[in-house]
Write a protein that binds this ligand. Structure first.
Ligand SMILES: [Zn+2]
Length: 131
């Protein structure tokens, strides 16, 4: 099976989260679309997910998406991602147990109702450029 490439944009737990979602989209695409490599539509969904993670106001303290009070996905992408999660979620334990368990732990973690200011990956990237 093809391995998803790492994010060039994200760091830390957001990078791990992107890797997790990448594996999930790959699993889903392999079963539902072309069968081997990732298709254009799924790659577009992953690109979208990467940007959402970059802009997530919670930054490194980001909750699991299904716990998050902010719905940052557009309806179309949200529906696509939901289908991916429904299929790949239970299969992740088998294919990528460490990533799957990390995600399950995250779902139980407490997080502030309101995100702090200036901690998104994007804000950090921008301040790094400034300095
Ligand atoms: Zn696909």
């Amino acid at each position: 099976m093809k391995k998803p490439p790492a994010s060039q944009l994200l760091t830390g737990s957001l990078e791990t989260e992107f890797l997790t979602v990448s594996h999930m989209v790959y699993l889903y695409c392999q079963k539902h679309h072309q069968g081997t490599a990732i298709c254009e539509q799924c790659q577009a969904l992953l690109n979208y997910a990467e940007v959402r993670l970059d802009r997530c106001p919670y930054g490194e303290s980001k909750p699991a998406c299904n716990q998050c009070p902010i719905s940052c996905y557009k309806p179309e992408q949200k529906a696509e991602m939901k289908a991916v999660m429904r299929y790949a979620g239970p299969r992740m334990l088998l294919h990528h147990p460490i990533l799957a368990i990390r995600h399950l732990v995250k779902e139980r973690k407490a997080f502030p109702k309101k995100p702090p200011v200036g901690v998104s990956n994007r804000a950090k990237r921008k301040s790094k450029i400034k300095n």
